[in-house]
Design a protein around this ligand. Structure first.
Ligand code: C5P
Length: 219
């Protein structure tokens, strides 16, 4: 395995269920880089908004939640103000709400610094929808991970089932398709393939094969 120069910044984008989270985490562990799950930030804001009865179109109220966020990624967990909220932010309600609030460019601007603050020490593996295009346009390596909607819904189904959730594959597929549409068609930082990005379709790749392939891109 070729080790990157230090610091090194890897940005990975892709649609829901493309495997970005798992893959980015594994690569960050292998290369001893920090890890940023940027979707978790939108999910944490959604969690706070729902708890405080803030509707998804009240951008100023949503922005007021940003300053209260003290997040960490530890092991496989997301910590908010030291509380483990990993599973709390993975519900269908939070998935939908987070993609609704992600359309606000003012909210996106407010969390730029928070996202960039994870790029310290040896560097970072950051994953989301606009890591390669907006948040880290100067990343050393840019990757766009994709997979068919059917495969992505299947992966989510297995993940949620394993955690004991009662899920339905058809509603998961339509949730994923609705989120894809919102994420790709919004005006503010839509999900798209950056010019310099390496595009990988993971339909027929295992997690290990995907990680290995990305490691070969390191220069
Ligand atoms: O990645 P994840 O599915 O957890 O993200 C939840 C939602 O947050 C996405 O559907 C998307 O709308 C939004 N998001 C975003 N930009 C990012 C990461 C996530 O708009 N960089």
């Amino acid at each position: 395995m070729k080790l990157p120069k230090v610091p090194y910044l890897i940005a990975i984008d892709g649609p829901a269920g493309s495997g970005k989270g798992t893959i980015a985490k594994l690569i960050s562990d292998k290369l001893n880089l920090n890890y940023l799950d940027s979707g978790a930030i939108y999910r944490v804001i959604a969690l706070g908004a729902i708890a405080n009865n803030i509707p998804s179109d009240q951008v100023l109220k949503l922005i007021s939640l940003v300053g209260t966020i003290n997040m960490k990624f530890e092991g496989g967990d997301v910590l908010l103000n030291k509380e483990i909220i990993t599973d709390k932010i993975r519900t269908s309600e939070i998935s939908k709400f987070s993609s609704e609030i992600a359309v606000h460019s003012r909210l996106r601007d407010e969390i730029l610094n928070l996202q960039r603050s994870f790029n310290q020490g040896n560097g970072l593996v950051a994953e989301g929808r606009d890591m390669t295009t907006v948040v880290f346009p100067n990343a050393d390596l840019k990757v766009y991970l994709d997979a068919s909607p059917h495969e992505r819904a299947n992966r989510r189904y297995k993940q949620l089932k394993l955690k004991g959730n009662n899920v339905n594959i058809l509603s998961l597929t339509s949730e994923i398709e609705a989120r894809d549409k919102r994420d790709k068609e919004r005006k503010a930082s839509p999900l798209k393939i950056a010019d310099e990005a390496k595009v990988l379709n993971t339909d027929d790749l295992t997690i290990g094969q995907t990680v290995d392939k990305i490691l070969t891109f390191i220069i």
